[in-house]
Design a protein around this ligand. Structure first.
Ligand code: FE2
Length: 324
């Protein structure tokens, strides 16, 4: 059995003790030493059992000196990757090794709000790995939040909202630039997002995905998803607030995107500030800030746990890899 230490850690925005929320520890901390790739290869079943319980695991104290060692650790874990090129992610990223890429390259002062990776698209990874190569000078934590806990609380506070998004699903509208805009967290060009190089092929891909769209005067593409699930049943029967509503509503702001137009119910009616306020408040309260140390690796269940990025100053290099 692997040594998953059961530490009690303070939440980011709360003095509330973890003890009155759930029996589960969050995140699970696995402290160790030596080669993480070998550890993951030897302890895959134990790691997965710990991940199922905690939703997120932090591996601290192992020897993960560089991106190549991180790539090797992912290979040691042994599950197939979900490639950024094939995804419909909105974020600008760069591959560092075959399985490792930069996390969202939005400017340091930009907060990336809580989300499930790519839940605003029909294709999303099951798990995420993060690796801290360079710890930030100040700020730059990765906030983590259990979406099953959020949903439990939200059902009590806003039962009509939960019932409606569960019944209708939700739609996301995003305006993609003509060329990559690294100044925005939503800056990936429509060519890159859709893996095409002309408008005809872009429209064919959108039609295949059941999106609706319009071209704007500056060459950008405004695309709206079909109705996507906002609640997901996890494998043990728990349900999670699996969507991109908080990040889209709080953060999809740039020269092209208006967060007020980013999300609607499945029937097309706008989701308002009043609709979102309870979910945002609950998620903020239940958030744990992962403050990185160089060499840390985190493994996150994308169906159960939301993540984001706090603003930071100085250098920070956190790399990511997606598991299919
Ligand atoms: Fe993300």
């Amino acid at each position: 059995m692997i040594p998953v230490s059961l530490q009690r850690l303070p939440l980011a925005h709360s003095t509330q003790s973890m003890t009155d929320m759930a029996d589960n520890e969050f995140p699970g901390i696995i402290t160790g030493g030596g080669d993480l790739a070998a550890f993951l290869r030897a302890n895959k079943a134990g790691v997965d059992a710990a991940l199922d319980q905690a939703g997120a695991l932090l591996f601290r104290g192992f020897d993960v000196a560089d991106p190549a060692a991180f790539d090797a650790a992912i290979e040691g874990y042994g599950e197939p990757g979900f490639t950024y090129e094939d995804s419909l992610s909105n974020a600008v990223r760069t591959n560092v090794t075959p399985r490792v890429f930069t996390a969202n390259e939005a400017p340091p002062a930009t907060e990336i709000f809580l989300h499930h990776e790519m839940a605003q698209t029909p294709m999303f990874p099951a798990k995420l790995f993060f690796y801290c190569e360079i710890a930030p000078g100040s700020g730059g934590a990765t906030p983590l939040c259990r979406s099953d806990w959020v949903l439990d609380r939200l059902i009590k506070q806003a039962p009509e909202f939960v019932a409606r998004v569960q019944a209708e699903g939700v739609r996301y509208t995003n305006v993609m630039p003509d060329d990559d805009d690294a100044g925005s967290g939503q800056g990936r060009s429509w060519r890159s997002t859709l893996s095409v190089d002309n408008r005809t092929d872009a429209e064919a891909r959108l039609a295949q995905l059941n999106y609706s769209w319009e071209w704007t005067g500056d060459g950008s593409l405004r695309a709206t998803t079909p109705s996507l699930d906002a609640v997901r049943v996890l494998k043990d029967g728990r349900r999670s607030f699996f969507n991109q509503l908080i990040a889209a509503f709080r953060g999809w702001a740039d020269s092209r995107n208006d967060p007020g137009r980013a999300i609607t119910f499945g029937d097309g009616e706008a989701i308002t500030q009043a609709d979102m306020a309870p979910a945002i408040a609950i998620a903020d309260e239940l958030t744990f800030d992962l403050n990185w140390q160089a060499g840390d690796v985190a493994l996150i269940d994308n169906f159960a746990v939301m993540h984001g990025r706090r603003p930071f100053e100085g250098k920070r290099r956190v790399l990511a890899s997606l598991i299919a």
